[in-house]
Design a binder for this molecule. Structure first.
Ligand code: BGC
Length: 753
């Protein structure tokens, strides 16, 4: 069925007439109300919440939290003093709130419900970083559509995703939420997610608007510490951080969330250059700008605003439409307007954007929800099947070497006696990853359950070994004994869900707790070691990678992770994921990313230890290259690359580069390969990265099968931000590579004149 995609970045006359008709009837407080987004619930009592969660865990009952409505809320809604809510997920609550405005307010303007639907809703998919490792935008579009199905059934109209922040620092916990280090891949994933979220034929009959975030540069947080300062050039802004936002808008996104961070001295939420000059003047984008959670109030600690009134004034003037949670607009806009400090026309424009979105979403016609739909729709079998497929494609095989018994360690044979060891093998909650708004660990299949599909109970033993991060090594001797009695050891290790995500940055990116000690003890048995490594980020694991015979990066893989892992370990599924962020050898290399500049003193051989290369841009103690590069990932089969052809090696600015290569499956299993194309502009009016991804295709090949993979890259897309800060494509010589990862393989050259 042809998917119908909604767009929210256009103006149509009927909608505009409706907007104007409402606007002329609105009082100033009603207008300001539309610019206020908050939670309808009373002060959140964390202790009470945690106690109830613990109780639910102990009794094995699903966790439900029934919050209390804020006392002033019914009146605020009836009088039009609030325009939208965030993260209310109960249809019963939403209908109750909606009735207060639709039936009892003067203008009956429905409420808009926003929510963080980051990697699925009830059907939790792998974390977005993992999803990006599928290199499969079509699959991500489907996954985002499932998220939209479930979220919209629960009443969410506005999804605070995709998170399109390019992230090159794995210390930053929010690297988990995005598509990794590369803008080109980030653009493809941004488009796919927006299309999926904004599918118009949802079962609920409702529509959803995507909200790409966090605009902009949030991923550049200094030292990977969340919310930290960012400071980068306008060129980097334009070439690295902006493109995924532009791609999301071009795919139809009509809203954006401003970021917490400052950019070279000016916090994003009050930054007229990014909110007005770029969005409005350059891109002519008519969409709605929402702040991040209290990011208006945060202008005070940033040291930009003297008080909340000043923060409100600066934000509105800069181009921020809706304020999330803090109350600068509701408390101070009226005064600011009467004092002439904020023109009413700017407020009207912001209100127009909110009303337009509500009309486009169809909320005026269909404000109410079918309260029984979630029950019928959530966790539908086809949704669960898709979550399995995404999990399978997201996992990246980082190593698969021989051991005494076999030329490759994986896949395992069902005859093997396996000692399963580690804190994530019998774990549900952590497999959900960061940002699972609807948190139902009971939906998750564990790794042990997954293995049960392949191994008889007597062929498998399970020992915890040690907890994820607590300082407790008492289980290690039992793990060693279990390893000794088995043919193969399967270590299931890594981070807990709460070690990545918002506000969860780390500086030590090795295995947490006593897990490395566990590995050391088990490795001493000499048994073949397979490691399934779960994490919300690239980890720094040179020792572990050297110790184990096979290593699978499984991320936090969502509700079907356990099954997906077992399918891969036993070869029912051939792994095909490829990394979308480099895995450093040491924290001190960070940021390490493939699209770096060459410098005036490049080292002769990237990737080798450089002790001999004094006065080159190298470290004395570690190679420049990452442990596992961007684009890397193994398969159970082997692929060979040959026959690079550049159809038209001399091109004009309006031409399209056509490059092809033959990829063949030289192994004995069917498999999928992500064929990648990179280019380098050798000499520019400003310096250019040593490589940039400009194309990729995921192909499936039977054993012995070969395919000519053809890339078409418009020369216009080979440009960059030139000296005058405008986009430019410059004549000159370019190198091109086609290969299985960012280290290249086949190499050619072309010129643009
Ligand atoms: C996060 C956003 C999120 C918002 C609403 C903020 O703390 O930075 O990504 O959408 O909260 O939950």
């Amino acid at each position: 069925m042809e998917e119908k995609i909604g767009t929210y970045h256009h103006l149509d006359p009927a909608t505009e007439a409706h907007v104007e008709a409402l606007l002329t009837q609105m009082t100033l407080p009603e207008k300001i109300g539309q610019l206020y987004q908050t939670t309808p619930f009373g002060p959140f009592d964390l202790d009470d919440y945690l106690a109830k969660m613990k109780q639910a865990e102990e009794t094995g009952t699903p966790f439900e939290y029934d919050p209390q409505l804020r006392e002033d809320m019914p009146d605020l809604i009836r009088t039009g003093r609030v325009g939208s809510f965030l993260n209310v997920m109960s249809p019963r609550w939403i209908n109750t709130l909606q009735r207060l405005t639709v039936e009892e307010s003067r203008l009956h303007i429905p409420l808009l419900i926003g929510g963080d639907v980051i990697h699925g809703f009830r059907t939790v998919f792998p974390i977005p970083l993992a999803e990006s490792c599928t290199w499969n935008p079509t699959l991500l579009e489907q996954a985002s559509r499932v998220a939209a199905e479930e979220a919209s059934a629960s009443g969410i109209d506005w999804i605070f995703a995709p998170m399109v922040d390019v992230a090159r620092d794995p210390r930053w916990g929010r690297i988990a939420e995005g598509a990794g280090e590369d803008p080109f891949l980030g653009m493809a994933m941004a488009r796919a997610r927006v299309r999926g979220f904004q599918a118009t034929n949802l079962t609920s009959g409702r529509r959803i608007a995507a909200c790409p975030k966090h605009y902009v540069g949030y991923g550049a947080a200094e030292a990977g510490r969340d919310y930290n300062t960012t400071d980068f050039s306008e060129r980097t802004l334009r070439d690295v951080y902006l493109p995924p936002f532009k791609a999301a808008f071009d795919a139809g996104a009509g809203t954006v969330m401003s970021a917490f961070n400052e950019i070279s001295g000016l916090p994003a939420t009050a930054n007229p250059f990014i909110l007005r000059t770029i969005l409005r003047d350059e891109w002519n984008w008519p969409g709605l700008v929402l702040s991040d959670y209290e990011s208006v109030r945060e202008l005070i600690p940033h040291g930009l605003a003297t008080d909340l009134k000043d923060a409100a004034r600066q934000s509105l003037l800069a181009g921020l439409d809706v304020e999330m949670v803090s109350e600068g607009y509701t408390r101070h806009l009226a005064d600011l307007i009467s004092a002439g400090e904020v023109p009413l026309a700017l407020v009207d424009d912001a209100v127009r954007r909110v009303l337009r979105l509500k009309i486009q979403l169809g909320l005026f016609e269909h404000p109410y929800l079918d309260e029984t739909l979630p029950e019928r729709l959530h966790l539908r079998e086809d949704f669960r099947a898709l979550a399995l497929e995404v999990a399978q494609e997201s996992m990246v095989l980082l190593k698969n070497e021989s051991h005494a018994l076999s030329p490759t360690t994986l896949p395992l044979s069902p005859q093997t006696r396996v000692a399963v060891i580690g804190p994530l093998a019998d774990n549900r909650a952590d497999l959900l990853g960061c940002w699972a708004l609807v948190n139902h660990p009971e939906d998750v299949e564990t790794v042990l359950e997954g293995l049960g599909h392949y191994l008889k109970a007597d062929a498998l033993t399970y020992t915890l070994g040690c907890p994820i991060k607590d300082d407790d090594a008492s289980g290690i001797p039992a793990a060693v004994a279990a390893a000794q009695a088995a043919d193969v050891v399967l270590l299931v290790l890594g981070e807990s869900a709460d070690m990545s995500g918002e506000g969860h940055s780390r500086v030590h990116l090795g295995l947490p707790g006593r897990q490395q000690e566990l590995v050391d003890a088990v490795a001493a048995t000499g048994k073949p070691l397979v490691c399934v490594l779960m994490s919300g980020r690239p980890l720094v694991i040179p020792k572990l990678a050297g110790q184990v015979n096979a290593l699978l990066a499984a991320w936090h893989g969502g509700i079907r992770a356990g099954r997906a892992i077992a399918d891969i370990l036993f070869g029912a599924v051939n792994p095909s994921g490829k990394l979308t962020a480099s895995w450093p050898r040491a924290e001190g290399q960070i940021p390490v990313y493939y699209a770096h500049k060459n410098t005036g003193r490049p080292s002769a051989e990237a990737g080798t230890k450089q002790f001999a290369e004094a006065f080159k841009s190298v470290y004395m103690d570690t190679p420049n290259s990452p442990l596992f590069p961007f684009g890397y990932g193994l398969s159970y089969t082997t692929f060979e690359y040959g026959g690079l052809q550049i159809e038209n090696p001399t091109l004009g600015l309006e031409d399209t580069l056509i490059v092809s290569a033959t990829v063949s499956n030289s192994g004995d299993r069917a498999g999928a390969e992500v064929v990648q194309l990179y280019v380098r502009d050798l000499v520019g009016s400003v310096t250019r990265p040593v490589k940039e991804l400009k194309g990729f295709q995921k192909i499936s090949l039977q054993p012995g099968e070969a395919q000519v993979v053809r890339f078409e890259v418009p020369v216009r897309e080979l440009g960059f931000t030139g000296r005058n800060m405008g986009y430019t494509v410059e004549p000159g010589t370019f190198k091109v590579w086609v290969g299985p990862d960012s280290t290249g393989e086949l190499e050619g050259e072309f010129t643009v004149s």
